[in-house]
Structure formats: structure tokens, C-alpha cells
Design a protein around this ligand. Sequence first.
Ligand SMILES: Cc1cc2nc3c(=O)[nH]c(=O)nc-3n(C[C@H](O)[C@H](O)[C@H](O)COP(=O)(O)OP(=O)(O)OC[C@H]3O[C@@H](n4cnc5c(N)ncnc54)[C@H](O)[C@@H]3O)c2cc1C
Length: 265
Amino acid sequence: MSYSVQHNLQLRPFNTFGIRATAHLACTLDDEAAVDEVLGLLREKGAAEVRAPHPHEITPNEQPFPRPLILSGGSNLLLARDLDEPVLLMRTRGRHVVEQQGDTVWLDVAAGEVWHDTVRWTLQQGYYGLENLALIPGRVGAAPWQNIGAYGVEAGERIDSVAAIHLQTGERRRFTAAECAFGYRQSFFKTPAGRDWLILSVRLRLSRTFVPRLDYAELRTALAMPGLTAVQVADTVEAIRRSKLPDPAVLGNAGSFFHNPVVDG
Ligand SMILES: Cc1cc2nc3c(=O)[nH]c(=O)nc-3n(C[C@H](O)[C@H](O)[C@H](O)COP(=O)(O)OP(=O)(O)OC[C@H]3O[C@@H](n4cnc5c(N)ncnc54)[C@H](O)[C@@H]3O)c2cc1C
């Protein structure tokens, strides 16, 4: 079990806008067991009793236990104030195959894994389906939260299920894709009831056969070539994205604020 606790942590390095805001209590969670431990302490004793494995890292802080803010890559939130509620920094790691049947492969990926690194890792393994979603900032646990999407593909199409823990009760549950209720930049986890759940890991359903998705005109034009590979799709998506949006590491931003219009019929 591994986690660390800090008081009065400056969150500027943890959000892509680079906004200054202080977290009175921040817990960096490095594995799933730490999630249980920290939530249990918050639930039973309040923030004052959250103890780091190395006690010199904290000072006592008398706070109640309001719903924590889950902070992953910090690329889709605007910190408008200092935070009295506990902040949980998701840094859990791990990717492994849980099942293979024919061409289909199911992978569990920990919420704290970086999304883009995961996309590239799947391509290296020969697992296809995420190539259009290359270079979306953030971590894996946030992908179902707003059903990230780009260049004609949404994460929800590749998510088989999501493992989560209830922030208040500690109940663990696996949500099927149907229960995740994915919509355009939308999911159950974005609803008032869904915000009580911390996503622990995401089960992806990918394919060993590459089927290009070139619905997006810019991709279709750039990739009209024989023998197209998934890596070429990811490389092209990356190149287009880099030409359009500034790197948040250089210029603070949170991508596009606007949803594409949804046109019925
Ligand atoms: C330059 C740029 C380009 C972008 N392009 C795209 C794009 O093409 N498509 C797209 O869909 N988005 C895009 N985004 C938005 C952003 O990358 C995604 O929404 C991404 O999924 C956010 O991930 P994060 O780890 O940074 O989440 P955070 O900003 O840390 O969190 C976002 C929300 O999710 C919640 N959350 C995070 N992790 C968890 C968890 N484990 N369990 C429960 N709740 C959680 C947080 O509490 C918060 O409410 C872009 C952003 C930037 C800065």
C-alpha cells in the first residue's frame, strides 16, 4: 500500500491552466489498497486522522469529510478557489490483459495511468481501437467520466466496464458500459449520483485486427494510402492536434471548451 499526504499543497503544477489554488489536504494515491485505506480513514475519523506512511509529511488539520475532489491530470477542470475538501491525486499504475477471445482482447488499466501513454502502449502490443484518441491529455480514470472523444471515436465505444469505489460507503462495484450511460462527453459519473464514485480502473475491449476509422475528413484526406497502419493513424492524429492546440505544458489551457453541436436526425 502506498500513498502520501500533504497539507496546504499548491495545486498549480497539477492543473493545465496552471491556476494557483491550495489544497488543505491532498492525498496522492499510488495503488488501489491506498484508496481503501485513505477513504476508510476519511470516513471513520475525518481528515484530521489521515496519516501518511511517513508521519513527518503531515501536520494535523481539523477538517470534516466533505466529498473529495478527484484530481487526475487536471486538464478538464478550473480551480476557482482554495480547496477545503480533501483532494485525491490519482496516480495508480498498471495495465494487464484479463481475457482474449479470437481477435478481441480485454485489458484492465489503472485509473492513474496517463491516457496517451496507454494509447501508445496498446499499439505496441498490437491491440487496436484507441489510435484516434492519441494525445488527449489526462489520465485513464477521467476517460469514462466525460467519455472522451476525438476524430470520430469515443472512449465509450472501447470501454467494456469500469471498476469504481463509492467515496462515502466504500462499496466497490463494476459498472457495465450500459450502466456507464455514455453519451456525447457525458456519462453516469458526471451526474450528481455518479460524482460519489471514484473510478479505480477501466476495462478496455480492443481488437487484434486494425480497422481504420476515418470518418473525420481531415484524417481521411491525410491517410488515403494503401497499407495504412494504426500507428500511422495515431501519428497523424498527434500531428493534427499539435498543429491546432497549444501544449498545456507550455501554455495553460483546457482544450476546447465547446461541445460540437449535436444534430438530430
Ligand atoms: C489541450 C487539450 C486538449 C483536449 N482535447 C480533448 C479531446 O480531444 N477530447 C476530449 O474528450 N477531451 C479533451 N480535452 C479534455 C481532457 O483532456 C479530458 O477531459 C480528459 O479526460 C481529462 O483528464 P484528466 O485526467 O486531466 O481529468 P481531470 O481534469 O483531473 O478531471 C476531470 C474531471 O473528472 C473527474 N475525475 C478524474 N479522475 C477521476 C476518477 N478516477 N474517478 C472519478 N472522477 C474522476 C474529476 O474530478 C473532474 O471532475 C482536452 C484538454 C486539453 C487541455
